[in-house]
Each structure stands twice: as structure tokens, then as C-alpha cells.
Design a protein around this ligand. Structure first.
Ligand code: SAH
Length: 249
């Protein structure tokens, strides 16, 4: 997948591929990230791409023309069919489903705003989707773009070590939160790991993990359970979890 990020701060966004899964994705040629700076398309010698808002008011607005030209250059690079995503607090909330959907695209153009935002005429004529990180206002779209790139990179084929690893994560295909994880030592500061993890009984272990995933989701995110139709096994595992909780076991 090729991702072109349009940003006034390329050096900030490029950091995302220096570590972790995005780095692995780049090393495996599953991801190619490049940044374009709209200042390179400024209409003046000062490389200025912002202007005062018509109608008055505080702050500056990113101008349409340099951004349009940057988007055109990005499309020439990765294909005219590439979707243009704009980072915006007014957009649809990004979630795992968005990352899954976008990870199947061959190219994406990610537009990062700054200042008060971007001239609305550019947004209506060149942006396909507006995506938000959450109900708060950041000073720029770069951090949101980096979150998007990280979330997508780990879903690209061949990037995660174990194919099933993304499948059991929270918000993945089964719709549940992940089960808890334990590692060495077996006893840490007086706390032993659950015995079942040491048993080597794979069927029992799978049941235990599913029960914990169901239980955690029930406790922490009942809204996720409301969206699911639990099968008979899942229902009985969740009943067991609730009963055990009530017994204090
Ligand atoms: N005046 C705008 C906010 C501008 S903030 C408003 O109130 O809606 C400047 C830029 O930061 C935005 O153009 C956007 O690209 C980015 N940004 C701010 N908050 C964001 C969020 N929650 N999610 C994604 N991008 C955000």
C-alpha cells in the first residue's frame, strides 16, 4: 500500500515509520509512505499557504489552490483512484472497522489540516472522506494521520508475526475485547498466573480465553455485546463468567 500524506510537517509524520509495525511494514515493502508539503506549491516566494478568513474572525485558513495542486501531484504519484482522506474533528470517528476497510486499498492520500482548517471549497471538491480521532480539537491533523498509518500498517498482509494475532485483538472480527495476557515468571510478587495457562490443554485454554474475552467485554464495553448475536457456547461461557464473578472466584 502506498500512503501519501499532505502536511506542513513532513518530518513529524515520517517518524511513524521509524518504529514498531509501521517500520516492519516499510521494511517488508508492504507500506510505502511519502509526505508532500503544500508549501512546495505555494503561489508566492514566501511559501505561504494560509490566509485570513473571509468574514473576519481569529486564525488563518489553509488555501485551496496549493492544496489542490498537492493532491493532484500525489494522485499523479499513486494513482487517480486513490481516496483522499482529510483528518478533521468533524469527520467520522476512526475505528478498527475503518482501518480494516482502508487497509485493503492500494493507495491513500491523507490530508492534514492546520490553523483554523482548510478552505471549504477544497474540502467539498477534493476530499472523499473526513475522519476524526475523537471529540476533541488538536492543533493539526498529523497525529491523527500517524494513528491511522499505525492502525493500517499492522493489518497489512505479512506484517504481524502471527496471522491470527490481529484476529484476537480487541475490536477485530469476533467483535469482543481481547482476553488478558500473562508471561514469565509464573509467580510474580505473590501472584500466580491462572493455572489453566500452564495445563497445555488447548481446547480448555481456548474456552478460558473466550470466556475472559466475553467477560471483559460484558464488564467494560457492554455496548459491543449489544451488537453481537452470541451463539449457545458463548452465552453459556458468559453466564459462567458472571456466576464466577458473583461467587468471587
Ligand atoms: N476549526 C476546526 C478545527 C481546526 S484544528 C474545527 O473546530 O472543527 C486544525 C486541524 O487539526 C484540522 O483541520 C484537522 O486536520 C486537525 N484536527 C484537529 N482535531 C482533530 C481530530 N479530533 N481528529 C482529526 N483531525 C483533527
Amino acid at each position: 500500500m502506498k500512503i501519501e500524506v499532505i502536511t506542513l510537517f513532513p518530518e513529524l509524520v515520517e517518524v511513524v515509520t521509524r518504529h514498531g509495525m509501521p517500520r516492519v511494514a516499510v521494511e517488508q515493502n508492504a507500506l510505502e509512505l511519502s509526505c508532500r508539503n503544500p508549501r512546495d506549491f505555494a503561489q508566492n516566494k514566501w511559501r505561504k499557504i494560509d490566509e485570513r478568513p473571509f468574514g473576519g474572525g481569529p486564525g488563518m485558513v489553509m488555501q485551496a489552490e496549493p492544496l489542490a495542486q498537492t493532491i493532484e501531484a500525489a494522485k499523479a504519484g499513486i494513482g487517480s483512484e486513490a481516496k483522499v482522506l482529510m483528518m478533521s474533528p468533524q469527520g467520522e470517528r476512526m475505528d478498527q472497522r475503518w482501518f480494516e476497510r482502508l487497509s485493503k486499498e492500494s493507495g491513500l492520500i491523507v490530508l492534514c489540516g492546520r490553523y483554523e482548517g482548510i478552505d471549504e471549497r477544497l474540502v467539498t471538491s477534493a476530499v472523499d472522506v473526513e475522519l476524526s480521532l475523537g471529540d476533541f480539537v488538536l492543533s493539526g491533523g498529523e497525529l491523527a494521520a500517524m494513528v491511522l498509518i499505525d492502525g493500517i500498517a499492522r493489518l497489512l498482509p505479512g506484517v504481524l508475526g502471527h496471522a491470527e494475532s490481529a484476529g484476537q485483538d480487541s475490536f477485530s472480527s469476533n467483535g469482543l475485547l481481547d482476553h488478558p495476557h500473562y508471561s514469565r515468571p509464573e509467580v510474580w510478587r505473590g501472584q500466580a498466573v491462572p493455572e489453566i495457562l500452564m495445563s497445555g490443554d488447548h481446547a480448555k485454554l481456548a474456552r478460558w480465553r473466550l470466556k475472559r474475552a466475553l467477560g471483559r467485554t460484558w464488564l467494560r464495553r457492554p455496548d459491543l455485546l449489544d451488537k453481537l448475536e452470541l451463539d449457545a457456547t458463548q452465552q453459556s461461557l458468559l453466564r459462567e463468567f458472571v456466576a464466577e464473578l458473583k461467587e468471587g472466584t
